[in-house]
Design a protein around this ligand. Structure first.
Ligand SMILES: [Zn+2]
Length: 382
């Protein structure tokens, strides 16, 4: 960003503590005192009453599941996926275990199947923003397909995988599909951690990344399977843009830019827009407004359960408010209007937008990228 040249921004000297807004620490201590002051009355009585309550709930649940076969099927799927997500066991792992039990794993065939992902992963199909293709596995070759990209914290990653119907009745066509992240905690530089399974039914699988890193889509069929599939992948922002009619190109000063001659860093992004442009809630939550200090007219938006545990979004330098402190808001609601109050009074109107997690400020830019758009599979490849 070359905002320093192109914009008469005096942020470097003026915007003294929008990174360290004082209400922030209040919220943290409030959250802490909330948890600290949790009362623990009559523990003995509570303990006695719980088994009965659990037994009743369980009995009611079983009765419902016996009564409704459709729910029973859903519950089975839910239990299986929950178990897999909890213990990081994928259907591919289960198939590998079956090969082991059948004594095939150590055969040349089994070893080739087991090493197929490592072979494909050494030279993956790489993409930057989005990618779509049609792939084929034939029964007499044993291989895997790997598609890889690099994501930044706060980006949303979308994948849509559609497997064709089997070529014949009874033809093998099981396809194991997973999303993985490079495991930087491991000593092995080529270790990958399971993020989630990927349905092959054309449903979009989507998640927001909580850390920067390499991510990949891994596809592998069972042995001797014939599988054709379409896959589309895309990355993009995970939040709606907080200034109406503005976009990423209007960000004039980025996260981490030096402030006060380099003694501190900018803990948000500055989004330039005409005075009076509406600023909107990026999430459902509760707001708190303030008028003082370097942020001028500012809003804290707390998402998550009871405003605790989720991220907090900071909107500063507003011209005026459209919400009252303490109000609950929905995503997209107008919180106020762009201005240059606080220490931005000598700069053109802009919104200073910050995102704070319990570990501190994070760069909002990846969150604010244009949304992911899955491409259609090119017809020439079909
Ligand atoms: Zn700023």
């Amino acid at each position: 960003m070359q905002s320093d040249q192109t914009r008469p921004e005096t942020d470097t000297t003026a915007e003294t503590d929008s990174d360290r807004p004082t209400p922030d620490s209040e919220a943290v201590s409030a959250a802490q005192s909330n948890t600290a002051s949790t009362p623990t009355p009559e523990p003995a009585r509570r303990r006695r009453s719980r088994p009965w309550l659990l037994a009743c709930l369980l009995a009611a649940l079983i009765a419902l599941l016996v009564y409704r076969p459709a729910w029973r099927a859903d519950a089975a799927v839910w239990a299986r996926t929950t178990a897999m997500d909890t213990f990081h066991i994928s259907p591919r792992d289960i198939y590998a275990a079956r090969l082991r039990i059948a004594g095939i794993e150590d055969s040349a065939l089994g070893q080739r199947w087991r090493n197929a992902v490592a072979r494909a992963g050494a030279d993956p199909g790489r993409f930057t923003t989005r990618y779509a293709t049609r792939g084929t596995f034939v029964p007499d070759t044993i291989e895997a397909h790997v598609y890889q990209t690099t994501l930044e914290r706060g980006e949303r990653f979308q994948v849509r995988l559609q497997r064709d119907a089997p070529a014949c009745a009874g033809c093998r066509n099981a396809l194991y599909a997973d999303i993985e992240r490079r495991d930087t905690d491991s000593d092995d530089s080529n270790a990958w951690a399971h993020v989630s399974g990927l349905p092959a039914n054309g449903e979009i699988q989507s998640f927001v990344t909580d850390r920067d890193g390499d991510y990949r889509v891994v596809l592998q069929p069972e042995l001797a399977a014939a599988v054709r599939y379409d896959v589309a992948m895309a990355r993009g922002g995970s939040l709606s843009f907080p200034v109406k009619g503005a976009a990423a190109r209007d960000i004039g000063s980025g996260f981490g830019a030096p402030r006060d001659g380099g003694s501190r860093r900018h803990h948000g992004v500055d989004i330039f827009a005409a005075r009076g442009t509406p600023v909107t809630a990026v999430a459902d939550g509760r707001v708190r407004t303030g008028t003082g200090g370097i942020g001028g007219n500012h809003v804290w938006l707390s998402s998550g359960m009871l405003g605790i545990g989720g991220a907090r979004y900071y909107y500063a330098h507003l011209d005026s408010f459209n919400v009252e402190s303490g109000a609950s808001v929905s995503k997209g609601d107008v919180l106020g209007y762009v201005g240059n109050t606080g220490n931005a009074r000598t700069t053109p109107p802009h919104l200073h937008f910050g995102i704070y997690t319990s570990f501190g400020p994070v760069d909002p830019a990846p969150f604010l990228r244009p949304p992911a758009q899955l491409a259609a599979v090119p017809s020439s490849r079909r």
